[in-house]
Every structure is written in structure tokens, then in C-alpha cells.
Write a protein that binds this ligand. Structure first.
Ligand code: CP
Ligand code: NVA
Length: 305
């Protein structure tokens, strides 16, 4: 039975713990320069409808380091971009490669792909979730804080795809989350309901100050996600006052740390002082995409075709 990774909830909390432990071990092996070709002969197709730096590089390098191969496929070049059906592409790709990673505008595109594929399908970002990012984020939190249970997480800004996955991840790991977003930009109601159903503690507020007070981790992301460029002016207006800056950071726990999935828009959702400051973990977070996804790929592919 193939296993997909389309939502962060496609892994149980025990599976998540195992992926993180494997990721930390893979990071150590890499530091020592140990060759670890456990995916020799396996291949990953990486389909991108939108731009990417981290997801593209980390998956491609990750597959290579595990002895496999990765193919970068843009929908600008694929027949998919000229109207070939998702289900037909999924069936054909399943005959060639061991797994597919897709970055799509619509979450439903990835779900449809997974329905017709006979190989594992990984969500490399959709309008609903960014589960691979959360593997790296949780790994970074665990590396820094050790135990995650009871940590206070504050999200400041747009209740977007990354926020949705963070809300679900908090429920999965026992962290409490407060989300500060302006009216109309809160995370999906369905996601919040789901997080609460599985035992999550989620608090919504309009006030960044309230959300970050005594927080252990502050997380933010762009105010204008890919595909929302035509809303730029309205969004800049709506998010005024939601910048994660030095003033906001002072309200958090003195040992608080800051995450951002990148790319950052310095001076908008985050200030230069914060992203470059000594409470920022964003560069470790970006690096951890590589290690966390290698652990995920091994889990999904090791016993596959
Ligand atoms: N964080 C993230 O997914 O970055 P890219 O868009 O560069 O892949
Ligand atoms: N929320 C952002 C994340 C980019 C990695 C977007 O969807 O564009």
C-alpha cells in the first residue's frame, strides 16, 4: 500500500517523532561525510507549478545524497501545462519513477494526482498546506528546545498554507499555538476545527502583542503568497502593524526563537534586525528541509519500487 504525504496529518505523532529522529541522525552522518546510498535506483519526479528555491534544491540534493535521482519538471514544459489531465500524468509518471513531489496552486490537484498515482505523492506546497516545511520547522524546534510538549508558539501574519500546517503540527506535538491575523486572514476554520478535534490548543486573536506574549517560538511568513500578487496593495494595508520586529520580540520569552520558511520580505512581515538577529533560527530551519525530507523519502521509498 503506497503512502502519501499531502498533509502533515498523513503521519501520526509517533511516525513524526521517528522521522525527526531519523532526520537528526542523517544530519550527523552528513556532517561526518558518511555515504548513505539507501535509495540507490530510486527516482523522484518534482513537478512545479510555481517557483521554488529551498524545496527544489533540498529535494534534488537529498535524493542525490541518498543515491537516487531527482527530475525537475516545470509545468511550463510538461504537457500538464498544455492541458494534459492530472490523472493521465499521474498514471504515466507512476510507470517511470518511484515517487512524485508536486508544488501546485490547488490542493485538489495534488489530491487528484495521488488518487490516480500508484506511487507515493508528496505535497511540496499547495494553497492549503506546506507539510514538508513543517517537518523542518518541528525538527528545528526540537533541536533547539528538546521537548516540544507545552511550548508556546505564536504565528503572526497571514493564516496561510504554512500557518495551516503549523496549527495541525502543534496539535500533533502538544504545542500550544496563538495565531494573530487581521480580520479575513485567519487560518482555515476547517483546519482549526480539525486541530482541536485531535487535542490541539489553538487561540485566535487580532493582536500580535497578545499572541507573542511569553511565546517560546514566533513564526511568520509572507503576507502575499504565490498566486496572490494581484492583492498586494490590499494585503499591505491589512497587515500593517503585523511585522515581527524588535518591539514584538521583546514581549516574548527572553529565550524565544523566530522561524520563517523563507523567502522573506524584509521590512514587511519581518524586520532585518529580527531575521538577522541572534534569536533567529531561519538558516537552520532552511537547512533542516534537506535532512527532514531525506528522512521522509527513506520512509516512503525504502520498501517501494
Ligand atoms: N520555504 C519554501 O518552501 O521555500 P521555496 O519556495 O524556495 O521552496
Ligand atoms: N506562503 C508562501 C510560502 C512560500 C514557501 C506561499 O505560498 O507563497
Amino acid at each position: 500500500m503506497k503512502k502519501d504525504f499531502i498533509s502533515i496529518l498523513d503521519v501520526t505523532s509517533d511516525e513524526l517523532k521517528q522521522i525527526l529522529s531519523d532526520a537528526i541522525r542523517l544530519k550527523q552522518l552528513r556532517t561526518r561525510g558518511t555515504i548513505h546510498h539507501v535509495l540507490r535506483g530510486k527516482s523522484l519526479a518534482m513537478i512545479f507549478e510555481k517557483s521554488s528555491t529551498r524545496t527544489h534544491i533540498s529535494f534534488e540534493v537529498g535524493m542525490n545524497e541518498l543515491g537516487g535521482t531527482a527530475l525537475f519538471l516545470s509545468t511550463r514544459d510538461l504537457q500538464l501545462g498544455r492541458g494534459e489531465e492530472v490523472r493521465d500524468t499521474a498514471r504515466v509518471a507512476s510507470r517511470y519513477v518511484s515517487a512524485v513531489m508536486i508544488r501546485a496552486y490547488q490542493h485538489s490537484t495534488i489530491e487528484e494526482f495521488a488518487q490516480y498515482a500508484t506511487i507515493p505523492v508528496i505535497n511540496g506546497l499547495s494553497d492549503r498546506e506546506h507539510p514538508c516545511q513543517l517537518l523542518a520547522d518541528i525538527m528545528t524546534i526540537r533541536e533547539h528546545f528538546g521537548d516540544m510538549k507545552g511550548l508556546r508558539i505564536a504565528w503572526v501574519g497571514d493564516g496561510n498554507n504554512v500557518c495551516n500546517s503549523l496549527v495541525l503540527s502543534s496539535a500533533l506535538t502538544g504545542m500550544e499555538i496563538s495565531v494573530a491575523s487581521p480580520g479575513g486572514y485567519a487560518p482555515s476554520k476547517k483546519i482549526i476545527r480539525h486541530a482541536k478535534e485531535i487535542g490541539g490548543t489553538v487561540r485566535l486573536t487580532r493582536s500580535p502583542d497578545d499572541a507573542v506574549r511569553d511565546a517560546d517560538v514566533i513564526v511568520t511568513d509572507t503576507w502575499i503568497s504565490m498566486g496572490e500578487e494581484n492583492e498586494r496593495e490590499a494585503r499591505l494595508e491589512a497587515f500593517r502593524g503585523y511585522t515581527v520586529d524588535e518591539h514584538l520580540l521583546k514581549l516574548a520569552s527572553p529565550d524565544a526563537r523566530v522561524l520563517h520558511c523563507l523567502p522573506a520580505h524584509r521590512g514587511e512581515e519581518i524586520s532585518n534586525g529580527v531575521i538577522d538577529g541572534n534569536q533567529s533560527l531561519v538558516w537552520d530551519e532552511a537547512e533542516n528541509r534537506l535532512h527532514a525530507q531525506k528522512a521522509l523519502l527513506i520512509k516512503l521509498l525504502k520498501n517501494g519500487k
